[in-house]
Design a binder for this molecule. Structure first.
Ligand SMILES: Cc1ncc(C[n+]2csc(CCOP(=O)(O)OP(=O)(O)O)c2C)c(N)n1
Ligand code: SF4
Length: 283
């Protein structure tokens, strides 16, 4: 693999105008600007329009069950800390089906980047409400409107001790690229919640709606201040964009594993003595 573009001649299965196109451009540019080698980058994803992303990028990927991208990503990074690992999917995939994995893997501070395409709807299955759908949002299933309050993934990540929490909007490719770069460079768990319109099944949260309901964080926001980050995460009339929180220097999941205590060699590079495995099975 020479660069991060996918093989020529493959079609992208997204609707014209979908926010996923811009996100793809930003990811590819971020990886290229960081001068990463495609063979050292691994994506892990589940099911959904967003979760198809790794198929459209020239790098390694694991595409598995709905909601299960996170544990696979954490395991890949644990087995080979030399890799850049990115877990990617939609708000339904990561916060709904994968909600339990989201909660428990954030606590572990794995050194992975978590990209969640938040279009506030289930796109692939034609428009059911997702955990981030706004109250009163009408869908073909919720015909009288969603009755529940939406989930707040940024506040939840902060409460769980996430060490990097950001939100961006796919309409601003440059910001998406810059924040993804910062997330990849961050040593520890990094959540990037990416607002993007589903032009086919969400006629409420459109490009215009996101523009009117977001604003960029400015220099008065201190991303090292957890309380400030939490206050920003709780805003809901207008959603702040940028890096809400960043804490450096904490041990990651792999750092804390006894297997890396004395020997930093990646597990995948170590010599395996299969006779020990056989012995264990016999016991
Ligand atoms: C366990 C399980 N439940 C439900 C489905 C059906 N399903 C496939 S994709 C999807 C929704 C995807 O929505 P989201 O993750 O928000 O991604 P989008 O398509 O909007 O990018 C659902 C419910 C499934 N494949 N597996
Ligand atoms: S259904 Fe929505 S999320 Fe899926 S490709 Fe079309 S516009 Fe994008």
């Amino acid at each position: 693999m020479k660069n991060f573009e996918m093989k020529e001649g493959l079609d992208l299965a997204w609707c014209p105008g979908c926010g996923n196109f811009n996100i793809r451009d930003s990811i590819i540019q971020a990886l290229q600007e960081l001068e990463l080698k495609p063979q050292n980058v691994v994506f892990s994803s589940g099911i959904g329009q967003a979760a198809k992303m790794p198929q459209y990028i020239g790098a390694n990927y694991f595409n598995g069950l709905h909601g299960r991208a996170m544990p696979v990503a954490v395991a890949i990074k644990g087995a080979n800390p030399e890799l850049t690992v990115i877990a990617e999917g939609g708000d339904g995939d990561m916060y709904g089906e994968g909600g339990n994995h989201f909660i428990h893997n954030v606590r572990r501070n794995p050194d992975i980047t978590h990209l969640v395409h938040n279009n506030m709807v289930y796109g692939l299955t034609k428009g059911q409400a997702s955990p981030t759908s706004r109250k009163d949002f009408k869908t073909g299933v919720q015909i009288n409107g969603v009755v529940n309050e939406p989930m707040n993934p940024l506040a939840l990540a902060l409460v769980l001790g996430a060490t990097f929490v950001a939100r961006v909007f796919s309409g601003d490719k440059e910001q998406v690229k810059d924040v993804i770069k910062a997330a990849i460079e961050h040593k520890g768990y990094a959540l990037v919640d990416i607002f993007h319109p589903c032009v086919s099944f969400n006629k409420v949260n459109t490009y215009r709606w996101y523009k009117e309901h977001t604003y960029p964080l400015d220099g008065s926001h201190d991303p090292t201040d957890w309380n400030m980050a939490m206050a920003a995460a709780m805003e809901s009339d207008k959603f702040p964009l940028g890096v809400l929180y960043k804490k450096e220097g904490l041990a990651t999941f792999a750092d804390l594993q006894p297997v890396y205590e004395e020997d930093k060699t990646a597990i995948v590079r170590r010599k395996r003595d299969l006779s020990q495995v056989n012995q264990l099975i016999m016991e």
